[in-house]
Design a protein around this ligand. Structure first.
Ligand code: GN1
Ligand code: MG
Length: 367
């Protein structure tokens, strides 16, 4: 166990005696550690260093998280739910200030939350757990619909497609790594530009006032959800990006990961496929809990959302590749290009299923 980590955890008002601290999970952005404690009646904890290049305003992130977790906790209490501590994250205040859910140690921002015992995250889902996930994300949005505070935008323009394209075009212009000339990059850029105007339609509808923003999770990857031993969804984790957005974010980003039959960095492009059964199950669950507040425009554009997120992630990974791999951790030199290309192939597969998706959603609405 690292002495530095032990010192960091000592800044938080945790219970129990720390016996071990070791790496946890596979997040690409924040550094995450598991803090084990000796006593049976003390929980274990998750300790995270917040990546300030990604989240410049940690204060705002933690204010949002505090508002969201307390609001959800109240809703669960009002609904007489059992095991509430497993259904919403509990953050531990700093010893020096019990209203502050983070501590600054050597200029780095850290936070600690209770580890939910017996819960697991998944890298892949089957139709049954997808349906449950869809219902859970719909419920998450529904529970937060009446949150009494206005949440901050923790990453400005995070899922703004116009902005992501502009970022890509800027790095293409500057070409800091000399990678723009690669033929594979040129091919992908051409495919991206072909679809650029269409993919920005959410931003246009937002400006015209036909598409609302609601409180969304904005990082609904499959592995950002905890399941219990019976495969039931317990809660949604990784709350840094909870902010107002188009609902497409949560719906589309889950399917981007959950319905891809391979991982987002699988280098075998022929293996990348969109699994329609996962789409159907997730959509069914999502509509069951979200139909009551979604508008016709939102529902009508769900197939667009399915395509938007692989596209956006392709643009973002390619941007990072051209910019020198500063955002996502890479295991090999063109890891980010492989990720971008994988997402493009996923997009192709979603495009091939468009009519089927539209048909399915219409049937759901009539059911
Ligand atoms: C990041 O933090 P993590 O690994 O759950 C990213 C998402 C991307 C994802 C791609 C704040 O998510 O937007 O979809 O990587 N989060 C941020 O793997 O940029
Ligand atoms: Mg995560």
């Amino acid at each position: 166990m690292n002495a530095k980590h032990l010192e960091i955890v000592s800044h938080f008002a945790i219970r129990g005696t720390v016996t071990d601290i070791k790496p946890l999970g596979e997040g690409l952005i924040n550094d995450t550690l598991l803090v084990k404690t000796a006593e049976d009646d003390a929980p274990d904890y998750v300790m995270q260093r917040v990546n300030r290049n990604v989240f410049p305003d940690v204060e705002m992130v933690m204010r949002n998280i505090h508002a969201v977790t307390t609001h959800i906790r109240r809703k669960l209490e009002a609904a007489n739910e059992t095991e509430i501590d497993r259904k919403v994250l509990t953050f531990i205040p700093a010893k020096e200030n019990d209203e502050q859910l983070y501590a600054i140690v050597d200029g780095e921002y850290w936070r600690v939350m209770v580890f939910i015992a017996g819960a697991v995250t998944k890298q892949a889902v089957n139709p049954e757990s997808s349906r449950a996930a869809g219902e859970a994300f719909g419920r998450f949005q529904a529970m937060l619909a009446d949150i009494p505070v206005e949440l901050g935008e923790t990453i400005k323009d995070f899922h703004n497609m116009e902005f992501r394209l502009q970022q890509l075009r800027e790095v293409v212009e500057k070409d800091p790594m000399g990678r723009v000339g690669e033929e594979k990059v040129q091919q992908l850029l051409a495919e991206i530009e072909k679809r650029a105007e269409y993919m920005c339609k959410a931003e246009r509808m937002g400006r015209e006032g036909t598409l609302p923003k609601r409180v969304c999770h904005c990082d609904t990857k499959v592995n950002n959800m905890m399941f219990d031993e019976q495969d039931r969804v317990l809660c949604v984790i990784d709350l840094d990006t909870v902010m107002p957005n188009f609902i497409f974010s949560d719906y589309g980003d889950f399917l981007r990961t959950g319905a891809n039959v391979v991982a987002e960095d699988c280098p075998d492009m022929d293996a990348v496929k969109f699994n329609v059964e996962i789409f159907k199950a997730f959509t069914k669950g999502y509509l069951a809990s979200a139909k009551s507040f979604l508008t016709e425009v939102e529902i009508g554009n769900l197939p667009y959302a399915v395509k938007l997120f692989p596209y956006m992630q392709c643009v973002r990974f390619l941007w990072d590749y051209l910019n020198g791999d500063k955002y996502w951790k890479c295991q090999y030199p063109d890891h980010n290009f492989v990720r971008a290309n994988n997402q493009f192939h996923l997009l192709l597969s979603t495009e091939a299923h468009e009519a089927e998706m539209e048909d399915f959603i219409q049937k759901q609405l009539k059911a």
